[in-house]
Design a protein around this ligand. Sequence first.
Ligand SMILES: Cc1cc2nc3c(=O)[nH]c(=O)nc-3n(C[C@H](O)[C@H](O)[C@H](O)COP(=O)(O)OP(=O)(O)OC[C@H]3O[C@@H](n4cnc5c(N)ncnc54)[C@H](O)[C@@H]3O)c2cc1C
Ligand code: FES
Length: 381
Amino acid sequence: MLSVSATVDSSHLHLHCQSLPSQDFIDSLPEALFRNPMTFQNPLTYLEEGGKIMSSRPSLPCFDAGSEYCPCVLADLGQCVSCSMLRGESVCNCGWSGICVFDDYTRNGQTAKPGRAEVLGTVIERRDISDTGTCKAFLSRLCVPPFLARWCLFPGSFVMLRPEGTREAYNVPVSIMEASTDGVLEVAVEVQGPKTIALEYALHQNNKITVTGPFWSGLQGLSDLARLGTGNSLIVAKGMGQAAVPQIAKYILHRGGSLMALIGPGTLGHVFICDNLQRLGAAFHVLPRSKDHNIGRLKQEVETGKYGLIISSGSPLQHQGILSMLAGLPEGQAIPNFSWTSHLTMTCAEGICGSCLVSGFRGCKAKFDRSFEAYLSSKTV
Ligand SMILES: Cc1cc2nc3c(=O)[nH]c(=O)nc-3n(C[C@H](O)[C@H](O)[C@H](O)COP(=O)(O)OP(=O)(O)OC[C@H]3O[C@@H](n4cnc5c(N)ncnc54)[C@H](O)[C@@H]3O)c2cc1C
Ligand code: FES
């Protein structure tokens, strides 16, 4: 029986055969795989030799395109989210991320750039938001290298946190509430299951924590925010969804835009960003619990017609509720564009593990267009 395994480093896929394959099996494989060592260096070389790596798939713009992390290992593996050429197609049908990923890959010697480095952050503050009943949540301030904090200033930025010395499987994606250029990140974590329990436990034992980042795919619809953020925007945030709001508010206010934040305790049971919003000078209302989940109140606000953008920061149920409300608005009513914070499960955020797949697209990398709103409404996410 043939047993084949593969390992990937930043630029190579290595295939390892653990027992001798049959001659028929060997004859069926492309010759390109049989270099010594059993390595093909990149899809371009492989394809030149007649190999096929993957079937065609529409391209979407990528959050990482143009950053120092592009081209990534997905380019080496013929799986680039954005570039059809790097996926082995003969024509370019890229989602145009503002740069040519194919060109960058070629200029980089047809190799991927290294992914995000892991750093050891120091916990400089930790305080409970809630420690009652079954719900436990805390705020923390972490000291990290300034370059990492600076790249976390974008709305939708997040980092992966895990206890020092644990495997990547323990990674918890956590939104950046606020980042300062001198290297301090503010985060809020709700303790829910194995990974967040391990994280919380580790923080009690040790003030060091493994931080990987920056990642930017925490907010879908970032281009709408860039385009419409100078006008009037409405943010709706509940529970842990509040964590992403201060950074979004900072971005809008910095551009001279105007913002109203409607915030609620959600299942967490606490509102914890009032101080941040007050400090930033952002307008906000804390909504009381209501039977209709405040959809009526939200509708009133939207019916004023003054908002160009509505940002939903919370659970998929909240995203769905807002989309249904927008869909039910009377004809002639101005309908704001819709952006949403990502609730997808993410483990690597580098396009490898596949935990974030939505209809075959990698949600940790791809900028979804409006057609993906259907997935939010159909509960398939
Ligand atoms: C971009 C992004 C930003 C996030 N920001 C924050 C934050 O600022 N604060 C915070 O407390 N949480 C945040 N989350 C959610 C957090 O990562 C999960 O709650 C955590 O990974 C749960 O892991 P667990 O092992 O403790 O619980 P599990 O037992 O694995 O899950 C508990 C619950 O959380 C959901 N969940 C599990 N993994 C994820 C995941 N990776 N993403 C989303 N939901 C998940 C599950 O569906 C389940 O309902 C964010 C998630 C993403 C994708
Ligand atoms: S989180 Fe691993 S592929 Fe997206």
